[in-house]
Design a protein around this ligand. Structure first.
Ligand code: ATP
Length: 308
């Protein structure tokens, strides 16, 4: 698989504190790479270094196979970025803003490019409405439209989901899918809204305290994320006996009032009935699947334990 970005031992130090420490990320062609981390984890710092807005203290970035800083700089032309919010003009409409940026960047056949871009981000019907009167979701879309005018191979978005309402988030997700699939764009999205990032991204990089704790693909994550049925009962031994004798579900006794049964959501009904038939009292029975949120929380707390 072609590597679009590779960082090696990348560090950034402010006074005596590391904002990034020995970070080695690998982003492959076609990835929608979700950069996850709490506030202050180092997400913006990493993206700003990649785009040469700030200089690393140590380490290197290889962008589209660059072999020198000069090539890295040149290859940045193949990327579009929205870092620190969209930069559009308040008194101009979406179309006028794009016309301005086309002129600035010397983009030919601008009429066609603008029409296509507005449609791609879903701003084709905004008419004369000025940027200053746009909703946050519309502003975000225009920022992305500006970033993709020159049809980049790589799109870098820093916290694009911040402040968006659920409808705007759904539209954002569809737009990212289109850019990734139809335009073959590799996309990096940083966020702390994990549930949304889970839906959008195909690989994740988890940053904590400036360190890359884990890189994992969506498939790997789905495969390893556990799912089970949690049964809360004071009759743990009786329930265990019934499960063993009358079902083939593997299970594990977790405590004196909890059993985890490794089964699927739809099997709850059958287990429920079985317990009733055997007059076993239980307080609760429910399905649990690990999501990105609890995976992330566990990883981060393990990382803290290791740091101690
Ligand atoms: P957020 O979601 O809050 O933007 P982040 O994950 O993007 O968080 P960064 O902005 O990369 O985090 O910041 C990482 C760390 O570096 C933080 O502790 C931050 O305070 C520190 N930092 C960032 N920029 C500077 C600076 N110019 N001077 C000193 N410290 C800085």
């Amino acid at each position: 698989m072609e590597k679009i970005i590779e960082t090696k031992n990348l560090s950034k130090k402010y006074q005596d504190q590391y904002a990034l420490k020995d970070v080695a990320v690998t982003i492959f062609k076609g990835d929608v790479y979700g950069l996850i981390g709490k506030n202050g984890a180092g997400k913006s710092t990493l993206l700003k270094i990649i785009t040469r807005l700030i200089v690393p203290t140590n380490g290197k970035v290889i962008l589209f196979h660059s072999k020198s800083n000069k090539q890295w700089e040149q290859n940045l032309k193949r990327s579009g970025t929205v870092i620190e919010g969209p930069s559009a003009y308040d008194t101009l409409s979406a179309k006028q803003n794009l016309e301005y940026y086309c002129r600035l960047r010397g983009i030919s056949n601008s009429k066609e490019v603008i029409k296509e871009t507005l449609k791609l981000v879903g701003l084709e019907n905004t008419g004369k409405k000025k940027y200053k009167n746009f909703s946050l979701g519309m502003k975000q879309k225009l920022g992305i439209a500006i970033a993709i005018l020159a049809r980049p191979d790589l799109l870098i978005l820093d916290e694009p989901l911040n402040g968006l309402d659920p409808i705007a988030i759904t539209e954002f997700r569809k737009m990212i899918e289109k850019l990734n699939k139809q335009r073959n764009m590799t996309i990096i999205i940083s966020s702390h809204i994990l549930s949304e990032l889970y839906q959008v991204a195909t690989r994740y990089g988890i940053l904590d305290n400036g360190e890359l704790v884990k890189e994992i693909s969506k498939e790997e994550f789905d495969e390893m994320s556990e799912e089970y049925i949690i049964l809360n009962t004071v009759q743990v031994s009786e329930a265990s006996r019934v499960l063993k004798e009358d079902t083939s579900y593997p299970f594990k006794v977790i405590s004196e009032n909890q059993i985890n049964i490794f089964g699927k959501h739809h099997q709850i009904k059958e287990i429920n009935q079985l317990l009733i038939n055997h007059h076993i009292e239980f307080e609760e029975i429910h399905y649990f699947k690990q999501d990105l949120e609890n995976y992330f929380t566990n990883l981060i707390s393990n990382n803290k334990e290791n740091i101690k």
